[in-house]
Design a protein around this ligand. Structure first.
Ligand SMILES: *Cc1c(COP(=O)(O)O)cnc(C)c1O
Length: 382
């Protein structure tokens, strides 16, 4: 089976992990701040905080921005469930904003309409979490302007878009129009640490708080304590935090993978160019062009007639192609329907869901395997 996504692990990656096993630290030691410094530079952000997963990063982002019971958090329905669950961990209420038909990103026009209605009703959100779907950056300038006008925070879910640009020359993660950007290092993402995540921000105070919440809410520097230390052993828990630390094993792998990111991006973009040629004449809608050199291309999704999607999907799986579907709209999950969401609420997202199939795309996908995917899709669509 050709998978839809797969990590690429080199001899240098393995050596980096083995070197940590021979060192004095296994969990958060010197490799974590080294990885954070390199990742921050890559994102063109002054601060980066590494954590145990993208989901942990989303949770901490909500906590650090003060999200709590009674607050409203809005995100895209076409995302992994974690983009919405993070708000519920904090006791907040989740709602969704429909997506653009072409980019499948949160639609700034739908957002503006919903904000005007919410202002009339006194139900404005405290936080909006746009998701850079498939690796293509949302219209962050438009979302940033709305955040100024309506006074909400912005956390970018950049789990698909590490290494991408925003289309205006800025790196995703630079946070020019957001408070925090979050990414994931799960094996199918742009670079991997096994499990892992990262937050970037321009605000020093937020970075400090995120680092504290990552490790139980504990401080060791006397300047951060409420009183005098009892002695050199002393630490204080000054708020409720978690153990969301990244290990040195993971961080060393991450630093090694970061060096390979430019090559990964080039390989993904080249494969996308080749898919565009191979699939040009098929009765399928390819991802909207125009951002091909800026997107990180986490996913390559095609859309087919809704009535044929299931048969095409099953034919591809039968042909050994590990196609997938990204995503089932979050508001249609049983655990969200329990909260009152029903089909029809976000029509563009639901239309997209009925038509979409994710084709294999990852740096080590060979041209032969890619040709096999294209041939199988052509056959299935006949
Ligand atoms: C992968 C992913 C997450 C969660 O990241 P984990 O590291 O798996 O916890 C969140 N949001 C999106 C959009 C993702 O793709």
């Amino acid at each position: 089976m050709i998978p839809y996504g797969r990590q690429s692990i080199s001899a240098a990656d393995k050596a980096a992990v083995l070197a940590v096993l021979d060192s004095d630290w296994l969990t958060q030691g010197p490799a974590v701040p080294q990885f954070e410094t390199a990742a921050a530079a890559l994102c063109d952000a002054p601060h980066a905080v590494a954590v145990s997963s993208g989901t942990a990063a989303l949770h901490l982002a909500c906590l650090a921005l003060g999200i709590g019971p009674g607050d409203r958090v809005w995100t895209s329905p076409i995302t992994f469930v974690a983009s919405a669950n993070c708000a519920r961990y904090c006791g907040a209420d989740v709602d969704f904003v429909d997506v653009e038909p072409d980019s499948v990103n949160l639609d700034p026009r739908c957002l503006a309409d919903k904000l005007h209605a919410a202002r009339r009703d006194g139900t404005l959100p405290k936080l909006v979490i746009p998701v850079h779907f498939a690796g293509r950056c949302c219209d962050m300038e438009a979302i940033g302007e709305l955040s100024q006008e309506f006074g909400f925070h912005v956390v970018e879910d950049a789990c698909h878009a590490f290494g991408a640009e925003d289309g205006q020359g800025d790196r995703v993660g630079a946070c020019r129009h957001s408070d925090i950007a979050v990414t994931s290092f799960h094996p199918v993402k742009m670079v991997t640490t096994g499990e892992g995540g990262l937050l970037t921000t321009r605000a020093a105070a937020l970075a400090e708080r995120l680092a504290r919440l990552r490790s139980h809410g504990i401080v060791r520097d006397p300047k951060d304590m409420g009183g005098e230390p009892d002695g050199p052993w002393y630490y204080e828990q000054i708020e409720l935090g978690y153990n969301y630390r990244m290990t040195d094993l993971q961080a060393a792998l991450g630093s090694s993978q970061l060096k390979r990111l430019p090559q990964f991006l080039a390989q993904r973009r080249q494969l996308v160019g080749r898919y565009r040629e191979l699939l040009a004449t098929l009765p399928a809608t390819l991802p909207a062009a125009g951002a091909d050199d800026a997107s990180a291309w986490h996913l390559f999704v095609v859309r087919v007639a809704a009535a044929r999607r299931r048969a095409v999907f099953e034919a591809l799986r039968a042909a050994g192609i590990g196609v997938n579907v990204h995503y089932i709209p979050v508001h249609l999950q049983p655990d969200y329907r329990r909260l009152g969401f029903v089909p029809g609420m976000f029509p563009e997202a639901e239309r997209y869901y009925r038509e979409t199939i994710t084709l294999p795309l990852f740096p080590e996908l060979t041209e032969d395997a890619q040709s096999q995917v294209a041939a199988a899709l052509a056959e299935a669509l006949q």
